[in-house]
Structures are given as structure tokens and as C-alpha cells.
Design a protein around this ligand. Sequence first.
Ligand code: DAT
Ligand code: MG
Length: 153
Amino acid sequence: MTEQTLIIIKPDGVQRHLSGEIIGRLEKRGFKLVAAKFMQISGELARQHYAIHEGKPFFEGLTQYLSSAPSLVMVWEAEGIIDMVRKMIGATLGCDSEPGTIRGDLSCSMGYNLIHGSDSMQSAEQEIRLFFKPDEISSYELADAKWLYGRNI
Ligand code: DAT
Ligand code: MG
């Protein structure tokens, strides 16, 4: 089933010049970019985005980190993309994540872990709505779709 997921290259990813590396991994997997916004996320928007973690000991630091400098906020689309991206991202803490994953290859911190990816269809829908109006999301066909999916084999 075609899904959309919210991906945020967080402030450490932008500051460490890793936006291109991360976008490159998503592009090479064949995913479709359908929306993008370069913005400094406000403290209030960061709290809404991470509302599920409110009350946890890391909540204040987490929302301060996300709002501390510009992020690149995007929507990517593909069949089954939500789980595929979660696997590409790796474990939550950079220091725990496996080599081969974005966090495992590029980060080593407890809290600064470069990237956010939605973890379910429901959270993807909520998160996308928080950052994008419907008319900011493009609908188009990728020219190489038949080579990506190879349905006839
Ligand atoms: P993920 O980003 O893998 O979806 P999450 O949604 O459970 O992880 O948590 C959101 C962010 O909060 C995560 O990217 C980093 C931070 N975080 C989570 N657990 C933490 C912990 N035990 N200590 C410090 N930061 C934590
Ligand atoms: Mg999460």
C-alpha cells in the first residue's frame, strides 16, 4: 500500500552537512519526495510533534534540540515506506544503532540522532498534518517507477 512518512533532518544533521547524504540514501532506495520545507521549528511545534513523549525526563531537552536551529522537514512516499525508513534509520539512540543504518553510520550520541521518521500510519498522518497543508504535497509519477517495482516478474 502506498504510504507517506514525515522525515525530519534534525538540526545536527543540517549543521553537520549530512542533509545530502541522508536524502541520497532515501533517493537511492527509490522513494519519492513529495514535499519539503527548510525551517526552524518553533518550541511549540516541537512540543506538538513530540507530544507523545511529554512528561518523560528527556522531553525538555528533546524539544529544545529540535527547535535550536533549522531542520529540513520532508514527506516521502512509497509502498511500505514507513517501516522501510524506520529500518534504514536504525535504533533510537545513535550510540545503540547498527552499522549500515543512518544513525549507526553517522551518529554516536544519546540524544542527537540526526533524523526523525514516522513510526506508524497514524503518527505519519498526524505529523504530516502538523507540518504541511494538503496543497503543499505534490502528486506525480516517478519516471522510473516500472523499474523500481518490477511487478511483472
Ligand atoms: P525515534 O526517534 O527512534 O522514533 P522515539 O520516538 O522513541 O525515538 O523518541 C523521540 C526522540 O527522543 C528520539 O529521537 C531521541 C529522544 N529519546 C528517546 N528516548 C530517549 C532516551 N532514553 N534518552 C534520551 N533521549 C531519548
Ligand atoms: Mg519516534
